[in-house]
Design a protein around this ligand. Sequence first.
Ligand code: 1HN
Length: 371
Amino acid sequence: MSPVNSPMRVQATDADSQPERTPQLEALYRNFEQQLLIPLWTEIGELMPPHPASTALPHLWRWKNLLPAAEQAGELVPVGRGGERRAIALANPGLGGQPFATPTLWAAIQYLNPMEDAPVHRHTQNAFRFVVEGEGVWTVVNGDPVAMRRGDFLPQAGWHWHGHHNRSASAMAWIDGLDIPFQHYTDAAFFEFGPDEVDTRQAPERSRSERLWAHPGLRPLTRLGPTPATPLLAYRWEHTDHALSEQLALEAGGDPVTVEPGHAAVRYTNPTTGGDVLPTLRTEFHRLAPHTATAAHREVGSSVFQVFDGTGQVSVGEARWTVERGDLFVVPSWQPLTVETESGLDLFRFSDAPIFERLHLDRSHQEGIHA
Ligand code: 1HN
């Protein structure tokens, strides 16, 4: 049914403002339809909502279901040129069956068996890996082999060559985040295959990027200019963990350094700018101390969270879940989020916030604070 003839669409606007459906008006609407014209007066409710009303839904994917599905894919589906990656995308139930977690964000679980290689390619989409368990895979980004271990965050900017290798005795799974939906809607994406030869150099303990960039507050004098994406290819768990435990320890000593009581948080940043690691993606790690509840918070733009450790209760809009290690959930634009935990909870988060900030469309609201 076409939009103009759809009773749903007309009801979405103020029915009193709609003209009487005379035969002449029906004829005009048919004429519009034939000419591919749509009058604003039947559409305005949906196009100009009083606040963001995402069709994306709050949704939870449980790691205990995701991981066995990825393992089965590991048995049944080879990885190689063409398919490129054994990545299984989270498809938001409000987004019409597309492989999109939110209107802007892709999230997937990726799985690589022992001795497997995911071939080299590059694309304009910005990407990262986050590892919730396991090790043994390394990713080679523009020729720099980078080991992947539990808790590590590995950004990889658009148009960088990359392939993944597993030469260990065990299979490994991790999550991928990319800005694929955003680049798809905006017709911005390019893709190229890389060489088929496999680069089997085992990743050293520290990648070249870490040897250059992973020294707090210090940068090479030959690399003083800003770069749009971070040159550091691995943010190691020991640093993230330590930064968060220090915030909570300082707070316990009376120093108000946390975002709210019991809630420590860090943002992964580009050391050349202090801004977000990737032009379109913001990534953060949040740690809630035991017996903590956050205030309800909402913001323009969407997020995906993965539980790294602990258990808790999460509510997003009308949805409420008990979450545990590995679980992934989606927070659509402007839906209020609250998190509570008795045991303590570690959460990795990624969002599209840099896009909205750069366009001055960012807005947020925290319970008790008037933004
Ligand atoms: C990709 O290159 C990776 O490099 C993961 O691991 C997921 C999804 C769509 C297109 C390219 C990766 C991807 C992807």
